[in-house]
Design a binder for this molecule. Structure first.
Ligand code: 3PG
Ligand code: MG
Length: 417
């Protein structure tokens, strides 16, 4: 996938004194009082900002936070906590600018300012070597629908647009797509580039065996991914409600476990595709059951053939976990999305914990993504032993589905023109 990379633009020496507009994904989880509870995405945005500052650019950064109503800015939508955290990470103050799209641009035009691009043609005041954070881009009217005139206005603020928001790369919005159509130069930031390199390394030319773990409550939300991976991976390990539906497809009883019986045929089709290639969907041979969904529900380990009508399967059993762990340790590449059991409850965490440790100990190149998966990685402290941890949730899944994300589509087009 050929896109222009910001590192190349910097290396060409073109960036000094230019106005650089970076779209980052700083959409981080916050507590009710606004405190940031997890700052991975902010930390991941730092290298791009530093690259721009070191190259001598006047740097504008923006992101969305949550899903605010356009045109109605509320204090809870503010990137202020993010500006503070970013400032700590960069070791400098990061001013936050509101109403930045329609800031006064009456007195200058771009040609008049072309020799001194820091003298802004817009009202965004930022000098080379400085960085400002532009307030939540999703409060701007037209952002979500990628309004053309909004996109053009935003593009006129900069000389170079850098897309570094992998977590939002599956959205075609004003700051993730529209601005890239009109900015004089549009390129991929280092995080966006690294994410794509890592995922392509895992899927396009993987060291085999290639094992994928796709877990979660519903087959329906991950059916496209399962179908697409069925044509590529050697082991497709399913977990959670998805595994229950596959157990039904394999002719097993699952009691009152979460499943989608109407998707049993789809599950059978995935298994058939895998089997025809000499690959497999490992079906659990033992499971951990409870009568209710609760942290203190008594847990019983059962053979997969012995699940009774009032049982709920909440985890894979130790025999299954050990078998999967052995496969993961022998794998060349591992893609991980989703915990295989209710790992938030101690009695039902063994499967996910065993898999996490197997991934950590495996020599395979591993790549993981998705909110629950990141929570499991943090819980078992294996961050350093995972080859690549994606900052994307929905975007990560869409790349696994084999889709070309809108962010790449437009950057590829721009690279060709
Ligand atoms: C995410 O958190 O998944 C991204 O920041 C995208 O946010 P969105 O789902 O609100 O578009
Ligand atoms: Mg989301």
């Amino acid at each position: 996938m050929k896109v222009l990379r910001f590192a190349e633009v910097c290396a060409s020496g073109f960036v000094a004194n230019k106005r650089v507009f970076i779209r980052a994904d700083l959409n981080v989880p916050q507590a009710d009082d606004g405190r940031i509870t997890e700052d991975t995405r902010i930390r991941a945005s730092v290298p791009c900002i530093q690259m721009a500052l070191e190259a001598g650019a006047a740097v504008m950064v923006t992101s969305h936070l949550g899903r605010p109503t356009e045109g109605e800015f509320k204090p809870a939508d503010s990137l202020a906590p993010v500006a503070k955290r970013l400032g700590e990470l960069l070791g400098r103050e990061v001013p936050l600018l509101a109403n930045w799209v329609n800031a006064d641009c009456s007195s200058n035009d771009r040609s008049a300012s072309s020799n001194d691009s820091s003298a802004s043609p817009s009202g965004v005041q930022v000098q080379p070597g400085q960085v400002v954070l532009l307030e939540n881009c999703r409060v701007n009217k037209g952002e979500k629908k990628c309004d053309d005139s909004l996109s053009q206005k935003m593009a006129s603020l900069c000389d170079i647009f850098v897309h570094d928001a992998f977590g939002t790369a599956h959205r075609a919005e004003g700051t993730t797509y529209g601005i890239a159509k009109y900015a004089p130069i549009a390129c991929a930031g280092p995080l966006l580039a690294a994410e794509i390199d890592a995922i392509s390394q895992a899927l396009a030319n993987p060291k085999r065996p290639l094992a994928a773990i796709v877990a979660g409550s519903k087959v329906s939300t991950k059916l496209t991914i399962l179908k697409s991976l069925a044509n590529n991976v050697d082991q497709l390990i399913v977990g959670g409600g998805i595994a229950n539906t596959f157990m039904l497809a394999a002719g097993l009883k699952i009691g009152k476990s979460l499943a989608e019986p109407d998707l049993v045929d789809e599950a059978k089709a995935v298994m058939a595709v895998m089997k025809a290639r000499g690959a497999e969907v490992p079906i659990p041979t033992d499971v951990v059951c409870a009568k209710t969904f609760a942290a203190d529900a008594p847990a019983t380990i059962k053979r997969a053939t012995d699940v009774s009508d009032d049982d709920m399967i909440l985890d894979i059993g130790p025999e299954t976990a050990a078998k999967l762990a052995a496969q993961l340790k022998a794998a060349g590449t591992i893609v991980w999305n989703g915990p295989v059991g209710v790992f938030e409850f101690a009695a039902f965490e063994n499967g996910t914990k065993t898999i996490a440790h197997a991934i950590a100990e495996s020599k395979a190149f591993s790549i993981a993504g998705g909110g629950d998966t990141l929570a499991a990685i943090a819980k078992y402290g294996i961050e350093k032993q995972v080859g690549y941890i994606s900052t994307g949730g929905g975007a990560f899944l869409e790349v696994l589905e084999g889709k070309t994300l809108p962010a790449f589509e437009i950057l590829m087009k721009r690279a060709q023109s």
